[in-house]
Design a protein around this ligand. Structure first.
Ligand code: BGC
Length: 267
């Protein structure tokens, strides 16, 4: 039983959102707040906003850990890519900066990985055995691989090459919006994407998240796939919930490969 809620913060290209999460229930303990992402979205500027959100919820989270998602590959506390955020994130030791600034334990994780953990721990893939592929269809395509409940981090499968193109530039919900495609125009593209993934990975279950999964009835039943495919339960709430869960889990099992700072204190 977690006594206090754990704060989850989701850094996106346009907004930074945070809410304390009740980890027993697997949902926000109170309403989230959202602050626009600074126009110059450098690690330093974003860290200021994260600190503001932590301050806002300080009473309810006590001195507990904070989980933070970023739209980037995160290897042992260091961001290795940057999607929709300033390029200065590439190679930046963000976990260290946030830990030092906030004076508390911070775990930084890829946004889709956080969503994947949320769906497997609390959502539509809860306790699902075998390989679960969670996808978030938004501006880009985020993906998470979870095998028997264990996250295999940083699966950047939104970028697999299909017909000579980066898949997310052809099949994401963002591209659908930008091009003004109807469901009928988009469905063959997203179907080809999932068909390619199932041939490469043979997952036991595919979960579809992101805002567009609200309309799942309009496209999921029409996809010709061999793998069961289900809508996400938490959609855009999943990042915050999964990040909080990962922050709590890290207290129990620190990352042994994180060379950017001293090992996390065991609690
Ligand atoms: C990035 C991923 C991210 C996804 C969703 C992709 O473009 O490469 O790291 O998870 O977008 O934000």
């Amino acid at each position: 039983m977690s006594e206090r809620p754990v704060l989850g913060i989701d850094i996106g290209g346009s907004g930074i959102k945070g809410a304390p999460v009740d980890l027993d229930v697997g949902d926000w303990a109170t309403e989230r707040i959202r602050i626009p992402t600074p126009a110059k979205s450098t690690p330093a500027n974003v860290t200021k906003v994260v600190a503001e959100i932590v301050e806002h919820f300080a009473d309810s989270i006590g001195d507990g850990p904070v989980g933070v998602t970023v739209p980037a590959v995160v290897m042992h506390g260091v961001t290795r890519s940057a999607a929709n955020i300033d390029k200065s994130w590439i190679g930046f030791p963000i976990e260290q900066l946030l830990t030092d600034t906030l004076g508390r334990e911070v775990v930084v994780v890829n946004d889709a990985d956080a969503a994947g953990v949320c769906e497997v721990k609390y959502g539509s893939a809860k306790d699902h055995p075998g390989l679960v592929l969670v996808t978030t269809l938004g501006t880009g395509i985020g993906t998470a691989l979870v095998h028997n409940g264990v996250l295999i981090p940083n699966a950047e499968l939104g970028h697999i090459e299909i017909d000579g193109h980066d898949a997310e530039t052809r099949a994401s919900a963002g591209v659908k919006d930008r091009k003004g495609w109807s469901m009928n125009e988009w469905i063959p593209r997203i179907e080809r994407y999932y068909q390619t993934l199932e041939l490469l990975l043979w997952p036991d279950l595919i979960v579809v998240g992101g805002g567009i999964s609200r309309d799942h009835e309009k496209f999921l039943p029409r996809l010709q796939l061999n793998t069961p495919i289900v809508p996400a339960t938490f959609r855009n709430r999943a990042g915050i919930i999964g990040a909080a869960r990962l922050a709590q889990d890290r207290l129990i099992a620190p990352d042994p490969l994180d060379t950017t700072r001293a090992p996390a204190p065991r609690k």
